[in-house]
Design a protein around this ligand. Sequence first.
Ligand SMILES: C[S@@+](CC[C@H](N)C(=O)[O-])C[C@H]1O[C@@H](n2cnc3c(N)ncnc32)[C@H](O)[C@@H]1O
Length: 258
Amino acid sequence: MDKTIQHWEQRGKQSFTYKGEDFYTITPAPFYYYRRNKILCFIKKQLDSLEKSCVLDFGCGDGYYSIFFSKQTEHLRFYGCDTSKAFINRAKINNKINSADVEFREIKNGIPFNKKFSLIFIISVFAHIYEDTEILRIIGEFNYKLFKNGLLVLVESTAKKSRGNKINKRRKISDYINYFNLDYDVIDITHNPKLFQTFINRTLLFFLRLLFFNNNGVLANKNRFYILISEVVYWFSTKIDALFKNSDGYTFFAFKKK
Ligand SMILES: C[S@@+](CC[C@H](N)C(=O)[O-])C[C@H]1O[C@@H](n2cnc3c(N)ncnc32)[C@H](O)[C@@H]1O
């Protein structure tokens, strides 16, 4: 099995509980939780502009976002797809637990829904695709699947200079703008700097995991002491990051199809 597929199949089977919810992230839970709230607000703003129509969650993971929005917006119909079978199974279970009505399908050969969408959102997926050509191929698929004037909402880790490995690659904001340049207009870009958070993630929390718990982010997140330290570090990092501009971070993009 391909290494990246193997990685996601494994991740799809791990979890921990934070604030009474199930998560699978390797990011310290408090950092993930607050970022998720910001993402929800950004996507909600774009969804509010839609009339009755269909929305696709591409690379949906455990389906949290589409399930959440499907409960809030009855006039919209949500669909989710992912290359990982483990995550699609998990999304289907979450769908049932939450009595939601999202349709989840595994990607085997392209987007597995025979319909067009008014909005497609992609959260933290492109950073896990190493080859630019593969990203351009997927954007080509989006072009067929989005209506004219449809919205494409992208949330990604970004950096001043592209860097990373096969599993996690940060790209520049301008790289993402260039990918969409020909067929889309930019309607919103919000950059959330997190230089200090990145530093903390990589060093302090890395050593904490190594020394006291387990160097697996999901398992570390099960430890209350680790969570407590992460809460404190998160509070400081937001103050420090507010001082930086144009640093590493995560960026919210909204594009409109021409
Ligand atoms: C970090 S998770 C994000 C999941 C979800 N979007 C979220 O924010 O909760 C990355 C997801 O991308 C999926 N993925 C990786 N490569 C993909 C590809 N080429 N096409 C679609 N999904 C992919 C993985 O299986 C995984 O579920």
